[in-house]
Design a protein around this ligand. Structure first.
Ligand SMILES: *Cc1c(COP(=O)(O)O)cnc(C)c1O
Length: 427
């Protein structure tokens, strides 16, 4: 986009007019006169998601217990069926994906299953920029096995505090490493790692590798099966707009299917065996084996409508527009805000940029507050990051143009000086 980009509002409106995904914006509940750029923390409600949730309540009304096997979307099969749809966005086979649990619980499940310290190979390799919940989970997994954290948890450092160097990650893959857990996209800088390369390098050294895909699923297309990734996990309330606390996702490569899950429960049974109520556990042959208890149907239901929309729009089209939106935003920031000491903290190249722009500023807390007063919803990450996530299905190029104008006014008028420097409880 750079090169031919123009700085006028007309130009933004022209891009909107030519946007093949523009009609989806009408399908979301956007608050009036508000620009929402926080879809990487909590995606907005769509009318289709609302409809599928209400339909699920109707089925409960109408069928009671029989809703498990009757109604529009029989609950007994819903986690598997939605997993099959989601498989399309991550390049997986239908049986490799299940919707279950939450991100952190799924990480626990996968580490319980795939972390097998043996001989010299006892370490878990992670990174120093990852989401803290992942580290808490890894620490507790080590503690449960009586292993010291200092010795067994390695976190690869970043050279600049923003990005991870893939060479550093590969260099840390020693023969003492049993398992690697990395993010697909870093939650602060938005760096997209080379998943295929890291997987290949890990496997060359006999190490299993899994990815936290919270910041990529629904924004970036993956090819987990082709790349031979061992497993992955993610939430569905960010880019996939499944609602607060929506049921999460889990991918297990088919070569590992049929093994016993580390944390077993009756919903991991072969479907036809589950209600035999035997004490002998017969795990499903699919990723469904990694389920534990009864699925949270009402927290799955919005995904029925939401995933339909994603299938219709196509993940490749979504990624393409997402990259154009973030590029346009960066171009405008360069052009309009050059003199206000902002730093762009995310990778500039398309192939290593996720779905958001990471804007750094010493006054980030107060600028975030000023943006909110101006009805722009960004996301603040301590100490100095404003995350701006333009979402392909509901943000427009005009939104981007307007946000940069608002930011400029905030800086020119020093509006942020009116606010305190304390951050809110939920950033
Ligand atoms: C949002 C997010 C989580 C959240 O975990 P939950 O168990 O869903 O609360 C975990 N990891 C990353 C990278 C995230 O972005």
């Amino acid at each position: 986009m750079s090169g031919s980009v123009q700085w006028t509002k007309d130009y933004a409106e022209d891009l909107d007019g030519r946007d093949p995904l523009r009609r989806y914006r009408m399908e979301f509940y956007l608050r009036p006169n508000t620009i929402y750029l926080d879809g990487n923390s909590l995606g907005l409600l769509s009318k289709r998601a609302e409809k599928s949730l209400l339909a699920c309540l109707e089925d409960w009304k109408e069928w009671g217990i029989d809703g498990w096997t009757h109604g529009r979307h029989p609950w007994f099969y819903l986690s598997e069926q939605l997993g099959e749809k989601l498989a399309l966005f991550i390049g997986a086979e239908p049986q490799e994906v299940i919707l279950t649990g939450s991100t952190t619980v799924n990480l626990h499940q996968l580490v319980s299953t795939f972390y097998k310290p043996e001989g010299k190979r006892t370490k878990i390799l992670a990174d120093a920029l990852t989401f803290p919940s992942d580290i808490y989970a890894l620490q507790s997994q080590l503690s449960l096995r009586g292993l010291s954290l200092e010795e067994h948890l390695m976190q690869v450092q970043s050279r600049d505090g923003r990005m991870l160097a893939e060479d550093d990650l590969v260099a840390a893959m020693s023969e003492e490493v049993a398992l690697i857990i990395l993010p697909t996209v870093l939650y602060r800088s938005g760096q997209l790692l080379d998943i295929e390369k890291l997987t290949t390098e890990a496997h060359k050294r006999g190490i299993l590798i899994g990815f936290d895909a919270c910041h990529s699923v629904g924004a970036v297309a993956h090819e987990f099966s082709k790349w031979n990734v061992d497993f992955a996990f993610w939430c569905n309330y960010k880019y996939l707009n499944g609602g607060p606390g929506c049921v999460a996702g889990l991918y297990v490569n088919r070569k590992h299917l049929g093994n016993r899950p580390g944390l077993a429960g009756w919903f991991g049974s072969k479907k036809e065996k589950q209600f035999d109520m035997e004490f002998l556990f017969h795990p499903a042959d699919s990723a469904g084996a990694y389920q534990i208890g009864t699925p949270h149907i009402l927290s799955l239901a919005p995904l029925i409508g939401s995933l339909d929309m994603f299938m219709e729009a196509g993940i490749e089209n979504i990624r393409k527009k997402s990259l154009q939106l973030t590029q346009y935003l960066m171009d405008l920031i360069h052009h309009e805000l050059g003199e206000y000491s902002f730093t762009i903290g995310n990778p500039l190249e398309d192939h290593c940029r996720g779905g958001h722009v990471c804007l750094e500023h010493d006054e980030a807390v107060r600028i975030t507050k000023a943006l909110k007063v101006n009805r722009v919803i960004p996301d603040f990450r301590s100490p100095n990051i404003i995350r701006l996530a333009p979402v392909a299905l509901y943000n427009s190029y005009s939104d981007i143009w307007q946000v940069v104008q608002i930011l400029k006014t905030i800086m020119v008028e020093k509006q942020y000086e009116k606010f305190s420097k304390d951050r809110d409880v939920v950033a």
